[in-house]
Ligand binder design. Structure first.
Ligand code: SF4
Ligand code: SF4
Length: 168
């Protein structure tokens, strides 16, 4: 009986120490949407970035998608190549598994960093070329793309536990 008590008492003390640590932690309330934190550089966003110049129309991404979310329509080009006529992703059905991004042999498809793509109409979640194409304003995620990851700002959603400050 006394052994049990000691064991439970120790656990309780440990729990209280953790609680106290959190009570004394600096407040980190963020005034969203006026103030925004940096999300993970490898975030799987609710959007995609598609590099039409790198895309060969091979449709490996479409074949990799378990949900059948990606539509690639091609025609035959003059140089025995594919011309991409349509490229579409239904992000409303996307489970953000990342298989399409990882499967693309030409690194032409990337996750975006967006998390604010809520809409009233389901059809608006089908993203066509105009919404997917890589532009100077696009923000591709560093997910499976170390070359992008190094360029993105550090995540600020977590506390820097050592310094007890937000990361810059
Ligand atoms: S992330 Fe997964 S579910 Fe979403 S489009 Fe790519 S393969 Fe399909
Ligand atoms: S995005 Fe990649 S996998 Fe998809 S069709 Fe283009 S080159 Fe092929």
């Amino acid at each position: 009986m006394s052994i049990k008590f000691e064991r439970y008492g120790k656990g309780l003390a440990k729990g209280m120490v953790i609680t106290l640590k959190h009570v004394l932690r600096p407040r980190i309330t963020t005034q969203y949407p006026e103030e925004r934190l940096n999300i993970s550089r490898r975030f799987r966003g609710s959007d995609f970035v598609w590099d039409k110049d790198r895309c060969t129309g091979c449709a490996t991404c479409a074949k990799s998608c378990l949900q059948g979310n990606i539509t690639v329509v091609t025609s035959a080009g003059k140089e025995n190549n594919y011309v991409v006529e349509e490229f579409e992703i239904d992000v409303g059905r996307c489970i953000s598994c990342g298989l399409c991004v990882e499967a693309c042999p030409y690194t032409a498809l990337h996750f975006g960093l967006s998390y604010e793509k809520g809409t009233y109409r389901r059809g608006d979640l089908i993203l066509g070329r105009d919404k997917l194409e890589l532009t100077p304003a696009s923000q591709p995620s560093g997910y499976d793309r170390p070359e992008f990851e190094v360029r993105l700002p550090k995540q600020t959603m977590l506390l820097d536990r050592a310094g007890r400050k937000r990361q810059k």
